[in-house]
Design a binder for this molecule. Structure first.
Ligand code: SF4
Length: 358
């Protein structure tokens, strides 16, 4: 490993970035570590990443590798690739996420240092501060009090971000305000004719290139979109239970938890699942979501993305689904079939389960 004393860290815009960046921003900047982000995903990012691994590898991993290449092009020497093994006892990440640092080390050769702290709540029963200390030790920062103080700053930015997301604000707006240290609550009273729950991982739906700007497309069709970042952990845990499942995968909250919650919500007219081609855990989870949707009579569309997904076919499927939802709703109104009152209330309690100190 080379010299990491230069207080600069490169963060790839992929995988857990979409959930955890507000925390890392508050944490690193409070310790005086400057963050360099990779550029937003482009076609080039995808092809750079795809060239490094076998075709069957899922798209988010290919994109992530492309972001590392992008950081190296910016001459960043310290690259942050946390090893997120297990986020709670017996709750594991997918093997591709667990093995990310090893994958990066093996397929990308170059003059850079991997900053790879391990979070493992199952084998090591490891606490937050041990994990954080591992993240900044390569920069010569070992003072626990300093680390705890920085952690508080990280949680502050993260919690502000969550409060805004849960008020119904768009991802980009909530992230921008949180990074500026601001908190605003969005007025969510504006209703749309159709409400849809988008069920996927944050790294699929908040990467504009990967999801082909699905939020913008749905908004143009007069559709209001709900996602996992608007739910509390308790709501998602209930969602998993309502599908008769037990949580095993770390990111199951984003799939079965979110789907289980919105399937019971009368205001939600339909469910769209978006998964990456080649994702084993998601294909299992989508199967159980589809069964429950059928049982409850809730329309569901399953979209799969990879680096070759064409935009035209993607839009056609979305339009056909939304058109069907409009027709279904119109016919309910004409035939005076009662639609229950809107019972979804965005929560603003603070999520703190990911890195709880045990
Ligand atoms: S959960 Fe699926 S999409 Fe995510 S890294 Fe694992 S295989 Fe890829």
């Amino acid at each position: 490993m080379g010299n990491t004393q230069e207080l600069v860290i490169g963060i790839p815009r992929g995988m857990s970035f979409y959930n955890n960046y507000p925390f890392w921003y508050g944490f690193f900047t409070s310790l005086g570590i400057k963050i360099v982000l990779s550029d937003p995903t482009t076609k080039q990012t995808m092809s750079d990443g795809s060239a490094l691994v076998v075709t069957e590898t899922c798209l988010p991993i290919k994109i992530y590798l492309g972001h590392i290449i992008n950081l190296l092009k910016k001459d960043v020497k310290n690259i942050f690739v946390p090893s997120l093994q297990s986020i709670a006892p017996k709750i594991y990440n997918c093997s591709k996420i667990r093995g990310l640092p090893d994958l990066v080390r093996n397929v990308i050769k170059g003059d850079f240092n991997l900053i790879e702290p391990t979070l493992d709540k199952s084998q090591k029963h490891q606490g937050l501060y041990a994990f954080l200390e591992e993240a900044v030790r390569p920069f010569g920062i070992t003072n626990l009090e300093e680390i705890k103080k920085a952690s508080k700053q990280g949680w502050k930015v993260y919690n502000n971000f969550l409060v805004m997301m849960r008020s119904g604000m768009s991802y980009k707006k909530a992230l921008n305000y949180a990074l500026q240290g601001k908190v605003f609550i969005e007025n969510t009273s504006n209703s749309a004719p159709i409400n849809v729950a988008l069920v996927s991982h944050a790294y699929n739906i908040y990467d504009d290139r990967a999801c082909m700007k699905i939020f913008d497309k749905l908004e143009k069709m007069d559709v209001k979109v709900f996602s996992s970042l608007q739910l509390t952990d308790e709501q998602m845990a209930e969602g998993i239970a309502s599908l008769g499942q037990k949580r095993y995968w770390a990111n199951e909250y984003e799939m079965t938890g979110t789907a289980g919650h919105y399937l019971k919500d009368n205001k939600i007219d339909g469910i769209i699942t978006l998964n990456a081609f080649g994702c084993g855990p998601d294909s299992l989870m989508i199967e159980s979501i589809a069964r429950k949707a059928k049982e409850l009579g809730k329309p569901m569309l399953s979209l799969t993305i990879d680096e070759h997904t064409g935009e035209a076919g993607f839009i056609t499927r979305l339009e056909a689904f939304i058109d069907m939802l409009f027709r279904k709703k119109r016919s309910k109104i004409i035939n005076k079939i009662s639609i229950n009152e809107y019972d979804y209330v965005p929560q603003t309690n603070i999520c703190d389960t990911l890195f709880i100190e045990k």
